[in-house]
Design a protein around this ligand. Sequence first.
Ligand SMILES: C[S@@+](CC[C@H](N)C(=O)[O-])C[C@H]1O[C@@H](n2cnc3c(N)ncnc32)[C@H](O)[C@@H]1O
Length: 240
Amino acid sequence: MNHNTSINYELSLKYWAEIPPTVDGVLGGFGFISNADIEGSKLFLKSLFALGNGPAPNLALDCGAGIGRITKFLLIPNFQKVDVIEPDEKFINAIADFVGDNNSKVETLYKVSLQEFTPEKKYDVIWNQWVLGYLTDDDLVLYLNRCRDALTENGVVVVKENVTSSGAAEKDEADSSVTRSLKDYMRIFKKANLKRIKQCKQTNFPSGIYPVYMFALVPNTRIPEISYTTRLRSTHHNAT
Ligand SMILES: C[S@@+](CC[C@H](N)C(=O)[O-])C[C@H]1O[C@@H](n2cnc3c(N)ncnc32)[C@H](O)[C@@H]1O
């Protein structure tokens, strides 16, 4: 299914403009799942750092950051510096207070929507969570392409999003967003020339909400560590 006609960017922004700058606000009344979410993300990030060719812990980008929940609890403890993108003025203005003592680690705040944003090529991890449903398919492919081009040598794009269990996409008229199926995401990642190096389903969430998946994506031109090692071995073998 293509979600190009069904998303209204103005309506999404209006929706978020009415939401209070709190954890419960940015999580749509599900503030109580924040700790479990962050714990799941920490494990996922740890597994990326543990890769032989994992991302460096220098600079992360928090996309659709809200009040900086992920910046504060996940990215600041794991990176030297964090940049954020958030289009809502009240949310972006709340970040410094919400982050508190470690706010000096927040470097640049971009008040812009993802579909209009081109990140500079300097990010080790680009974290996209609970925000990609606000983009049309076409804009999402273009945006992910730009993210891919903005990665450092071993950089990773992370996507953490709700997916439908029915396999079909579902529209939410209230905030003009779409919840995609796993198949939709696979098709979009492929179009953006990104390949999955890790995928994980979030655990410890209450029943009755959408399943949440984490994907670690790298440019599909990047040579996987394993085949690189294999090639070195076979070269060595041939040479002796
Ligand atoms: C469900 S909240 C999630 C916030 C944050 N990622 C978190 O998990 O705490 C969605 C956020 O996406 C932002 N947003 C909505 N449409 C957007 C767009 N087109 N580009 C960037 N951010 C957008 C909203 O302002 C809001 O802060």
